[in-house]
Structure formats: C-alpha cells, structure tokens
Design a protein. Structure first.
Length: 96
C-alpha cells in the first residue's frame, strides 16, 4: 500500500467516525432495559395501550417502576420522547 492510499484510508476512517451520531436521548435506556422483554411490535400493534404522548409517558413510568429502575422524571421523559418519535410517530407535549 502506498502512502497516498494509506493517507486516504486514514482520512476516510477519521471522517466516518466524526460523522457518527450519538443515539437520541432515551434510546440507549430503552434498548438496554426494554427490548429484553419485548420488541418494537408492542408499540405498533393494533391493541397497544398508549394512544397519545401522555399515555406513552404513563406506560414508561409504570413499567420502569414494575422492574425497579427508579428512573427520575427526566429519564422517563427521555425514553418517552424516544418512543413517541421513533415508534408511535406522535407529537410530544413539547418538541421531541
């Protein structure tokens, strides 16, 4: 491999890492604590429990209590916004 090829490869790798975005707030918490028990179909099925943002937030609050996570309101809000935005495609009370 010549120097130019190596330099281009390093530049591409560095640029790719720099462009990688962090997941939205709440996604890592959801992916860590929620998908172990169910997959995304629970959010999109016809008989889902939550139909609006307040109900999403209520379900997040209820389930984090059920499994003993002791999340504060900020964390519950982050996970709720993530779910509203990604799966339910519903408006949040504020900006998601």
């Amino acid at each position: 491999m010549n120097f130019r090829t190596f330099a281009c490869a390093v530049l591409v790798a560095a640029t790719t890492d720099g462009l990688a975005q962090e997941p939205p707030p709440g996604q890592l918490l959801h992916d860590t604590y929620c998908v172990g028990c169910h997959d995304s179909r629970v959010y999109t099925r016809e008989d889902r429990l939550a139909r609006d943002y307040r109900e999403i937030r209520s379900e997040v609050h209820r389930w984090q209590q059920n499994i003993g996570l002791k999340w504060d309101d900020t964390v519950i809000e982050r996970v709720s916004r993530h779910l509203a935005s990604k799966y339910y495609r519903l408006p949040c009370l504020d900006e998601c």
